[in-house]
Design a protein around this ligand. Sequence first.
Ligand SMILES: [Zn+2]
Length: 97
Amino acid sequence: MLRIHCPCCGLRDHDEFTLWGDASRAFPGLEAPREQWVQAVYARPNPRGETQEFFQHTLGCRRWLVVTRNNLSHEVLSVQLARQRRVGQAGAQEAQA
Ligand SMILES: [Zn+2]
């Protein structure tokens, strides 16, 4: 079982969270060509090891989190509020929730 330490609520089971996908992905600008958008939306890498993912604590504080974890061992390496990510960090435009 994956347990995530929400910065607001403490250690909780993953059942309380909704996974929203890769937090390291960067999207092109709105004026970018269609092919860039197709690549950004549909051509998803499937990395092994350390990953960054968006989770929402849907059965708790409803905050969006960026969880860094190893997807082979399921070890959670860090958790931060998505809104606290630095501007310009990959995926930061998705964090506006
Ligand atoms: Zn929470």
